[in-house]
Design a protein around this ligand. Structure first.
Ligand code: CA
Length: 390
């Protein structure tokens, strides 16, 4: 009788087992285990290729090795983990064909030198926030957050479905930079103050770290706004170089130890109602990437954008509890009068800049038209539900 795996199986099925059948089964088992071990070894080699940049792989596809510089300290909770999450996704989704090494602020380039480094092509990618580049592009803050502007849900909607992305690409084009959404913090806190704020008069002469258009508004209110990287906030507050600082919200503020150096913790984040983070790529680098890899980048950026917001929402909620327990911090609301004054000054600023800068005017017009519409929708949806839930 001719014996092979199939006949052995069939004979087993008819319960006609012979020593020859058992022998064939053992042989089949040995072959299967051999195949399995070989496959596992291949997987192991592939995982090595993903985890260790520069590892030689048995892969005929063109390999890409990118450097991604960030404005955050390496592995900083939330903000700094967003680019790490993105890089890991891309490495895994491309099976190691495109490997991205993430560098913290100051490791390859200064924290606030990210845009220039990507623009010049000295690195392939960056992660940060568009409002840091306000000095080059006055309308850039609309793609992070602006005072009394849209929240995370709304700004995502504007950028992905309301024409925002096209404007953003257009704005960065002369700089050879292609932007993508790369995370969102949600509504932030107004910040840490070493002076109690009772009225708008208390802002006068106050030196605060507050970037973007919010900094302009703060200065218009009589304060002195400065932009310094997050990594320097603790020391700057401790030594009295600044009197106040905003950073993000409980989760990230705790990570920098700000409850130890700030006396009063104010909300709401009038200045950053839902700050979008950005992933930026050098244009030539992007254009030279094959379409399937471009698709993976886009998809991984979308996933990173959502994942970051989810993480911030969960961790801010628990950090608010921890902050009370460990540092006895009781957040307090900014006086309504102060908020109203900031609002008036912000509107004046948008109008003034729109009158003198046509590019700013176009972006502001798109942004504010979208905000008006989405606000009306959210009055009868999100806001109405928040009220109902109470
Ligand atoms: Ca902030």
């Amino acid at each position: 009788m001719e014996m092979n795996i199939y006949t052995a199986r069939f004979q087993l099925g008819s319960v006609k087992s012979t020593p020859l059948v058992i022998l064939a089964l053992v042989a089949a088992l040995v072959v299967s285990i051999g195949l399995l071990v070989n496959e596992r070894a291949n997987n192991y080699r592939a995982s090595l290729a993903v985890d260790i940049p520069g590892t030689a792989v048995d892969d005929q596809r063109q390999q890409y090795r990118w450097r991604l510089v960030t404005t955050w300290p390496k592995n900083f909770p939330g903000l700094g983990m967003a680019p790490e999450y993105f890089a890991r996704l891309v490495n895994e989704m491309t099976g190691g064909q495109l490997q991205i090494q993430v560098y913290g602020g100051g490791e390859l380039v200064p924290a606030l030198g990210v845009f220039d480094a990507v623009s010049s092509g000295s690195v392939e990618m960056g992660h940060g926030a568009s409002y840091y580049w306000k000095g080059k592009i006055p309308a850039a803050p609309f793609f992070t957050a602006v005072p009394f502007g849209m929240n995370a849900q709304e700004v995502n909607a504007w950028i992905m479905y309301g024409g925002g992305l096209e404007l953003w690409r257009e704005l960065y084009e002369p700089f050879n930079v292609v932007p993508f959404l790369g995370g969102n913090t949600g509504v932030q806190f107004a910040g840490w103050f070493n002076k109690e704020i009772k009225s708008i008069k208390d802002i006068k002469g106050l030196k605060m770290r507050i970037p973007g258009i919010a900094g302009e508004v703060f200065s218009l209110a009589g304060g002195a706004a400065v932009t310094i990287p997050g990594g320097e906030l603790y020391t700057s507050m401790q030594t009295g170089v600044i009197d106040a600082t905003e950073w993000v919200a409980p989760y990230n503020d705790m990570a920098f130890g700000l409850p130890e150096v700030g006396e009063f913790y104010y909300y709401p984040g009038w200045h950053e109602p839902g700050s979008a983070l950005e992933l930026i790529i050098n244009k030539e680098t992007w254009d030279s990437l094959p379409a399937p890899l471009q698709k993976i980048i886009e998809t991984a950026a979308r996933a990173t954008n959502q994942n970051t917001l989810d993480e911030f929402t969960a961790r801010n909620a628990s950090a608010l509890v921890n902050m009370k327990e460990r540092f006895d911090v009781v957040p307090r609301p900014l006086p309504v009068e102060v908020i109203k004054e900031f609002h008036t000054l912000a509107t004046g600023y948008y109008e003034k800049l729109s009158a003198s800068d046509p590019v700013f005017a176009r972006v502001y017009s798109s942004y504010s038209a979208f905000q008006k519409e989405v606000e009306a929708w959210h009055v009868v949806s999100e806001e109405a539900y928040y009220d109902a839930r109470k």
